[in-house]
Design a protein around this ligand. Structure first.
Ligand SMILES: [Zn+2]
Ligand SMILES: [Zn+2]
Length: 266
């Protein structure tokens, strides 16, 4: 079968990934992919914001590394992108980064539910113990709603990330999903099926089937991403992700170039 593009991959510049872009590209070709995109963690204005992203002075190097891979692998379409963190108050910074290079797409992700806590950070997992999961999930989806309404992003990254460590609210999250997805549908963004969840404690694609059923009902477009942080993770479990999407009625994925899109057959 023809794989949809793997639009979520990283590079060692973010300090928690291994393998050069050429190795990701080689792996993609081995698997029969026609298209991938690099979407490494974007820098913050202050390099001491956290320790899991490229430094600001590495942004040009990142772009050069991806451009080199594009030249070295003419048989593979390689997109240039970023995974950007959405935090309220960072709008000017996001706008500035978005204008710095001709990105093919921008993934908007919420990792931080407050200025200092990234819900998926293994070093901060103890923070879950002191909190009501439903409140964390509520804060997360509220922020994700703000992210889509900001209009900065083309794709929503790993939409139900708070499930990573398998900590779920006892209350029904359906209303949170509905409220967020109404906002997403109005904004026109795509949502990615991110297979990294299958490698985490939750053992499930981000977002869940229950979430994606609601997205499909609203005809929200989709993309696919492995969230590869190593070459061996490129295209990770894409067959499962494509099966899931097709079982929900999806027959297209959204293909990006220069921040414009077309519908590609699934
Ligand atoms: Zn990462
Ligand atoms: Zn992420």
């Amino acid at each position: 079968m023809r794989w949809p593009a793997d639009y979520h991959t990283h590079t060692p510049l973010c300090r928690h990934a291994s393998g050069e872009p050429a190795e990701y590209a080689r792996r993609a070709l081995e698997l029969g992919f026609e298209e991938i995109g690099f979407s490494d963690h974007s820098p913050m204005q202050r390099d001491d914001f956290d320790n899991w992203r490229m430094r600001l002075d590495q942004l040009d190097e990142y772009v050069q590394n991806v451009r080199r891979a594009q030249r070295d692998f003419p048989n593979l379409t390689i997109r240039l992108a970023l995974e950007m963190d959405y935090l309220p108050g960072f709008e000017d910074w996001i706008r500035e980064l978005a204008a710095r290079h001709p990105w093919d797409y921008l993934i908007g992700s919420v990792h931080y539910v407050s200025d200092s806590w990234a819900v998926d950070n293994p070093a901060e997992v103890h923070q879950w113990k002191d909190r009501d999961p439903f409140e964390v999930w509520s804060a997360y989806f509220e922020r994700l709603g703000q992210a889509v309404e900001s209009g900065f992003f083309d794709i929503v990254g790993h939409a139900d990330l708070p499930k990573k460590f398998n900590v779920y609210p006892t209350r029904d999250c359906g209303p949170l999903f509905d409220r967020f997805l109404d906002r997403a549908a109005r904004s026109g963004v795509a949502i990615e099926l991110n297979t990294a969840g299958l490698r985490k404690d939750c053992r499930e694609i981000y977002p869940s089937r229950a979430f994606l059923e609601r997205a499909a009902r609203r005809r929200i477009p989709i993309t696919f991403g492995s969230d590869a942080h190593a070459p061996a993770e490129v295209g990770w479990e894409f067959a499962a992700a494509v099966d899931l999407a097709r079982s929900l009625g999806y027959r297209e994925w959204r293909q990006f170039a220069g921040r414009k899109f077309v519908a590609a057959p699934l």
